[in-house]
Write a protein that binds this ligand. Sequence first.
Ligand code: HEC
Length: 446
Amino acid sequence: MELLDKIVLPQSAEHIELLHYVLMLIFFLFIPFISLIFGGTFLSLWYKRKGLKTSDKNYLKFSREIIELTTINKSIGVIIGIFPIITAILVYAQLLHTSKSFTVIYLFLALILIIPALIFIYTYRYSLSFNEILSSVKNIESADDDIQSEFKRFSNSAKKMTAKSGFYGFIFLIAALALFFTGLNLASNPGNWGIGGIITDVFNFNVLLKVGFFIALAFALTGGAILFVFFYWNGGKKFDDEAYKNFVQKKALSITLTASLFIPLFILIDTIGASINNLSTSVFGYTTLVLIVLFVVYNFIYSMMKNADVKYSAHVFFLLIFAASALIVRDQLAMNHATKSHSIVLSAEYDKMLAELKGENKIAEVSGEEIFTIRCASCHKWDQKLVGPAYKDVLPKYEGKEAQLIAFIRNPVKVDPAYPSMPNPGLKPNEADAVAKYLLATYKTK
Ligand code: HEC
């Protein structure tokens, strides 16, 4: 990403710290949202398939309601699904500036894939609602034959669109997430920067682990969101069908419980597998916190399953959101820790740049005498000719003509046929200046 390299400047240590907080904030938005989209799309497709197979109306209704609930609406999809990735690209470009990490490239690819993923998923969502409207049109049998066949064609193509778009959306989303986690994983493993290719970067145990971790979290959050929206938000949904209510309740509780039971397993593997450099006391602290929160969640769900009620729906949802946030903080701390040495390089670069701007690190005043000794004395003496003429012979003509002397030194021209030409000593303007001053001020006393 050469383009990004041009707009990225070295950052101060404080600023790098701030960038880690910015990342945390955008992940607080992005991870829960994309979890819902992922869990919602999968569950909706799954229940739609079951519904079509068993022709159980509850499945079909649940399928449609899940996707409506988890995708919220189109503009939110664009804002929370796409902008955080763009921001993450810019932040990582700063954090990993001058490193050989390909993180930014993977995030960019993830961005390119998440756009069609969201388009397909929102198409799926709206076409499901559309199908619902079409199938609720009654009295079509009493219409003209022409209208009837037109209507059939139309609703069939709407159904086809539904069937394909949901599936394509899900595939694109998986690919986008795999690349997203590849980028994140690479960022926290400086040991792998600049080595390996896309295959080893993507199909890598740590990436699989992160994706698995994400999937468990995504289903837990989706289940929690279903519980929350169906049974708590605004007093809960008004069910006119008690059987459907029980159906949703049972499904949502078991999805949430099953998925959240997997989370500690992934945390465990992740903690054991993490290279020891990435672990710090605070990472352990957050890990423990998440485990405690999950334990409370299990108890709430267990109680609701036992009593067949939905009393703790909101508790479960908010605790899961809290656990997800704590996991994000934990991951960022690990990344912060892992990239510490790179951050030090960056902030040192920043300090240097700042010093240059302030003019602090200009090379100490150039000394005319020193330049003379090093660059001129091999050919010139004060009162004897050597390779070049004695200074006492040639300098008097430059009295009061310092500028001309400087011009000669910077660009010697042929003067005296008795001598060979003087080679260009290649001095910088300030150096030529200093040595000319020194010669004019000194030659008479030598
Ligand atoms: C490789 C040898 C060599 C070095 C090194 C060298 N000079 Fe010279 N210098 C000469 C020669 C030869 C001449 C005579 C050139 C001519 O007359 O065309 C000369 C001539 C001069 C003259 C007289 C010019 C005139 O108008 O007659 C000055 C002044 C001078 N050098 C300054 C310097 C300074 C200052 C340095 C160091 C930064 C330097 N030289 C380094 C070989 C050297």
